[in-house]
Write a protein that binds this ligand. Structure first.
Ligand code: PLP
Length: 459
């Protein structure tokens, strides 16, 4: 089947749709509409091939924390390129900048157990979660518990797209036609009170129900078959789901009781998005493993990391001694360029008190989003720190969603784009907000004003 591109698609756009298999895209729609070709960055704005400026309300994909023109990161990358563009960390070697980055990262790590632990570098959030998936197996084999392998993940979770990470993810389009999930992944409900709460149920009762669901699942499967539970502190791509009060402490208590590891996927929430260094800090988690990516380098170069507690590391190290080598790692694990950019990113976070800045400006975003709760298209406005969402509804009073085929959220995002604001629509007609952390209050006002225009256009 061939589709015809709209007449206003530019030469660059035509070349793109002729040859580029776009990630995470409605492919047939793209063939007609052509892509938005972005050619430049300027602070929290980006510029398209026609010179039109957009406020990037998503920091790209929840990642460009320092905006799109941070000179210090470009300079750090340039210096490192000239000094040592590549080296690896296999078989007893290490690129110099890794040694500095691990020290700095350990100081950022959200708990004392992780600060005493180890970090394994990769290139994407998916790879780090894939590594976690493998490591829980390694760990339990090493401890002589080969049956304890299953991982509990949540509906609406997003953990990446490698076969294992997509299996952990709880979004249907990541599984359909891919023959996923892989065996060994168990699923529980998302802590999405707006969507999953029953009529008349309080948030506390909702939490009771989720805890019971987890306990029932563990009882049915047998705790001796379950290795880990993976969770984003705030679910991002699944709909910006903020867990209700008490959810994580209760879940964590159940996990501890059954010796089930907790993996915190902090790929979005790591490094200040929620106004604390990590979601782990916000929700009082005690994870055995934490995955980070995205804002680790402000997304200027790909890099991710898996942090593991010292207890996990010691088991893995002993086991690897028995087979002679720890047989996992990437050509680019600890790539010097990524290390240099990550180090400079973390320095900027400290020098510019980025987390303090998030705490100062976030109330403006959150208050502005909450005002849209009165809009006739909005079922719920929610968020925390510099992340937020508007969940659209056909009938906000009864929380009745729109028919997904109507594409109401996609239309709203298109209208925002026409007004010079880039947002993202998530499944369920949920409009996501995740601007660069350096956004100012005046720029938040711009974002809110443009959102208001897009909402009214969609009425
Ligand atoms: N985990 C979370 C929470 C994410 O939001 C993402 C990406 O958005 C990933 C993992 C996967 O990261 P990547 O796209 O870098 O593989």
């Amino acid at each position: 089947m061939t589709t015809t591109a709209a007449p206003d698609v530019t030469a660059a756009g035509r070349s793109d749709i002729a040859h580029h298999l776009h990630p995470y895209t409605q492919l047939r729609q793209l063939e007609q509409d052509g892509p938005l070709v972005i050619v430049q960055g300027d602070g929290v704005h980006v510029v398209d091939e026609h010179g039109k400026r957009y406020l990037e309300g998503m920091a790209g994909l929840w990642c460009a924390s320092l905006g799109f023109s941070e000179r210090r990161l470009a300079d750090a990358a340039h210096r490192q390129m000239l000094q040592l563009p590549y080296y690896h960390a296999f078989s007893g070697k290490v690129p110099g900048p890794v040694t500095e980055l691990v020290k700095t990262l350990m100081a950022w790590a959200p708990t004392p157990e992780l600060q005493r632990g180890r970090v394994l570098f990769a290139n994407s959030g998916s790879e780090s979660n894939d590594t976690a998936f493998k490591l829980v197996r390694y760990y339990n084999n090493a401890r002589g518990r080969p049956a304890k392998k299953k991982i509990i993940a949540r509906q609406k979770g997003y953990h990446g797209v490698t076969a294992a990470a997509a299996s952990l993810s709880g979004l249907p389009t990541m599984h359909q036609h891919f023959d996923l999930p892989l065996p060994g992944v168990l699923r529980v409900s998302a802590p999405h009170f707006y969507g999953n709460g029953k009529p008349g149920e309080t948030e506390a009762q909702f939490v009771d129900r989720l805890v019971q669901e987890l306990q029932d699942l563990i009882a049915a499967e047998g705790a001796d078959t379950i290795a880990a539970f993976i969770a984003e502190p705030v679910q991002g791509a699944g709909g910006v789901v903020i867990p209700p009060d008490g959810y994580f402490p209760r879940i964590q208590a159940v996990l501890k009781q059954h010796d089930i590891l907790l993996i915190a996927d902090e790929v979005i929430t790591g490094f200040g998005r929620l106004g604390q260094p990590f979601g782990t800090n916000v929700f009082g988690l005690q994870p055995d493993m934490v995955t980070v990516a995205k804002m680790l380098t402000s997304a200027y170069v790909p890099m991710s990391a898996l942090m593991v507690s010292d207890a996990v590391y010691q088991v893995v190290a002993d086991a690897s001694a028995s087979v002679g080598t720890f047989g996992h790692g990437y050509t680019y694990s600890g790539h010097p360029l990524a290390c240099a950019v990550a180090l400079e990113t973390l320095r900027i976070y400290t020098d510019d008190d980025i987390i303090g800045h998030v705490q100062r400006v976030a109330p403006r975003l959150q208050a502005g989003l909450r005002q849209f709760a009165e809009h006739p298209l909005v079922g719920e406005a929610r968020g925390l720190g510099l992340i937020g969402a508007l969940e659209l509804a056909a009938d906000p009073a009864s929380r009745k969603p729109f028919d997904p085929k109507r594409g109401v959220g996609a239309y709203l995002v298109k209208r925002a784009q026409a007004h010079g604001l880039i947002l993202r629509v998530l499944a369920g007609d949920i409009i996501a907000f995740s601007p660069p952390l350096v956004i100012t209050e005046a720029q938040i006002d711009e974002l809110l004003a443009k959102t208001a225009l897009a909402l009214d256009d969609t009425l």
